[in-house]
Design a protein around this ligand. Structure first.
Ligand code: SF4
Length: 395
């Protein structure tokens, strides 16, 4: 009988919210309240959670495999992304790049194009870099443990733990936002979950919880539990198998746990795009390293400290445009584009470039590596959602 079968035979132990439980919870709250929590005894938490998971969970393609490539792909796609949004991208990647070798053989532009619309494009670039590195340096074979996986680009502790546990059954806990929330609530962790202290306490609990023979099932179960039961808003406490022991529930702290330190200040940026037209082509450029949307294509960009009209903007190209009295037409379309720590306010200006003018601006355009691209070719270039929305509205 293997470990999984043994776990399935374990009865689900349900303890009602007795006086003893509540007493235990309250007397232990001010101290290190998690260390003797009833759910830590005899692996009750892990066994109950796995039982809950095996009674019915969402059928997701990356749950039915031990292939590290597919698990890795899914975990990278699902970072900061909901399952319903990530699923078509996962399917597209598996169809276009069925193996790690196929992904490594693709160009970065192709990979970014497949990723288009999912945001956080550094994930796609790292995915590609990592695939090439494994193929070139490790004969196309993923490292088979947590420490080895952590050495790869774009693979942090969470992703390394997911691959190591699900593909290789190493007992390392995944600790993402879902898991932090679930454990903070159940074990009554009041330190902010984005503080080093809060993270350390939860990591310690998580490591203790996963010492069972099926860490692969356990990790998937806790991710599922955070996604469908103990959700950020309106968790389903009434039907929760842990509500008798959940400190947040028993002490009416579900609304306030987990706690978080104040958020990072949101930065506002003001983008003024010059849509330069040359005959039936538009001039576009690849975004440089060190800023958002690296490797994606956009138009000539003038960034300023607030929104300006074209004639108020200070820019070398615009100075030449004014000197040659070329017409600048502002598109009746402005966008507010929200990213994690930034809000982009974008406006767009159309300028048709006569060939005579091209001689004047050619050195400047070369400096920015602007390329004249047909509308058809633009479709296959990787672009940000902002640029796609603009093109859909106006081209
Ligand atoms: S009782 Fe509510 S807060 Fe506690 S684990 Fe269950 S769903 Fe989450």
């Amino acid at each position: 009988m293997d470990g999984k079968a043994q776990i399935l035979q374990q009865p689900l132990i349900k303890i009602p919210p007795t006086f003893f439980n509540l007493y235990f919870i309250f007397v232990s709250l001010p101290k290190k309240n998690h260390t003797h929590h009833p759910l830590l005894q005899e692996k009750r938490f892990a066994l109950s959670l796995i039982d809950w998971y095996q009674q019915g969970h969402r059928a997701l393609p990356w749950r039915a495999t031990h292939d590290p490539y597919k698990i890795w792909l899914a975990e990278i796609i699902l970072q900061q992304t909901r399952v319903v949004q990530g699923m078509p991208y996962y399917n597209a990647f598996i169809t276009q790049y069925p193996t790690l070798h196929d992904l490594a053989a693709a160009s970065e532009t192709e990979v970014l194009r497949t990723w288009q619309g999912l945001g956080y494009y550094s994930r796609a670039r790292n995915l590609h870099t990592c695939a090439r590195l494994i193929v070139d340096k490790q004969e196309g074979v993923f490292p088979n443990d947590y420490k080895g996986l952590l050495q790869l680009p774009g693979i942090g502790p969470y992703t390394a733990a997911a691959i190591a546990s699900i593909a290789f059954r190493e007992a390392v806990p995944v600790v993402d936002g879902n898991v932090l929330r679930v454990l903070a609530r159940i074990f009554g962790i009041t330190s902010p979950i984005n503080s080093s202290q809060g993270k350390a306490v939860i990591q310690e609990i998580a490591q203790q919880l996963i010492s069972i023979p099926t860490p692969d099932v356990y990790n998937q179960a806790i991710m599922e539990f955070g996604a469908v039961q103990c959700t950020p808003q309106k968790p389903a406490c009434d039907t929760c198998i842990f509500h008798a022991d959940c400190i947040a529930y028993q002490t009416q702290q579900v609304e306030i746990l987990p706690k978080k330190d104040a958020k990072v200040k949101i930065k506002k940026r003001y983008f003024h795009y010059l849509v330069l037209q040359l005959g039936d082509k538009l001039l576009m450029k690849k975004r440089p390293k060190g800023d958002i949307w690296q490797g994606l294509y956009d138009f000539y960009l003038v960034e300023a400290d607030k929104p300006y009209a074209a004639k108020q903007l200070s820019d070398e190209l615009l100075t030449l445009v004014h000197q040659h009295q070329l017409e600048i037409v502002k598109y009746p379309w402005e966008a507010k584009h929200i990213l994690t720590h930034r809000v982009i306010y974008a406006s767009f200006f159309h300028i048709s470039l006569p060939t005579t003018f091209m001689e004047v601006v050619a050195p400047l355009l070369q400096q920015y590596a602007m390329e004249a691209v047909t509308m058809e070719a633009i479709q296959s270039l990787p672009k940000s959602v902002l640029i796609c929305k603009f093109l859909n509205a106006h081209m």
